[in-house]
Write a protein that binds this ligand. Structure first.
Ligand code: MG
Ligand code: ZN
Length: 248
């Protein structure tokens, strides 16, 4: 069902296997047709793809660039958006869509910076989809903006399979998530343009090797641009903006 083959991540797995010596060799694997929700979703994915293309067309017709920010819970997606908004709001007319299951906490954090912010509550859905983004697009005056940030629900798995119609996709991964966050979630890194390694100030304390994380990303997706940040202080945020083509 997955559209992509697993990339070559042998070196990463070799490294990983060192730590798995005491684990039984047999691994229980879901076979094709055995994973209920993925089987169900083939039509859903196609419908989502179609809506994503419509969203993209609409955004382009209004001269709007859209960026989808993905990443695990607590990786720093909202902090990154806040810093990007602070950096870019003088140069761009920005709106932000903020996906969360129920709350508007993040949306309120972002709205403090004086940009139009729409909270998208997904209920039980663990990712944003193109239909929800389409609905949110109907709630803003598209002629008043030229840049749209879309913060996805905190999740490194299914957002990869649900394009929203954005021009670029970012994955934020923080060093506090441990050394294997990238190799364990290859699909989302295959679908991304920029990978932000956040909370670099905590790398030493966490024993996370940033260079290795970067290598893992490049092994999975050689085209991805990797940027290191501390989104609390703003360190590296200009590099993110540059990688997205938002700063000259
Ligand atoms: Mg957030
Ligand atoms: Zn999901």
């Amino acid at each position: 069902m997955r559209k992509h083959q697993l990339p070559q991540v042998h070196s990463a797995f070799r490294r990983l296997s060192l730590n798995l010596r005491s684990v039984k060799k047999e691994v229980v694997k879901a076979e094709e047709g055995e994973v209920f929700d993925i089987e169900l979703s083939e039509d859903i994915l196609k419908a989502n793809q179609r809506l994503a293309e419509e969203n993209k067309k609409l955004l382009h017709s209004k001269g709007i660039r859209a960026i989808d920010i993905m990443g695990a819970i607590g990786s720093g997606k909202t902090s990154l958006i806040e810093k990007l908004v602070q950096l870019l709001k003088g140069k761009h007319r920005i709106a932000v869509f903020k996906g969360d299951l129920t709350t508007t906490i993040d949306a309120e954090l972002i709205a403090r910076h004086g940009v139009e912010t729409i909270a998208i509550n997904t209920g039980k859905e663990c990712h944003l989809d193109a239909n929800l983004v389409k609905k949110a697009l109907q709630k803003i005056n598209l002629s008043k903006i030229d840049l749209l940030f879309i913060e996805n629900v905190g999740n490194l798995i299914c957002p990869a399979e649900f394009p929203l119609g954005s021009d670029k996709r970012i994955v934020v991964v923080s060093v506090t998530e441990g050394p294997y966050m990238v190799v364990k979630h290859p699909f989302i890194f295959m679908e991304t343009d920029v990978v932000v390694i956040n909370k670099v100030d905590l790398a030493k304390a966490m024993g996370t090797d940033i260079k290795q994380l970067e290598k893992d990303v490049k092994t999975i997706n050689p085209k991805a641009v990797v940027v290191t940040t501390n989104c609390r202080t703003g360190e590296g945020v200009e590099d993110v903006a540059r990688a997205l083509g938002l700063l000259s």
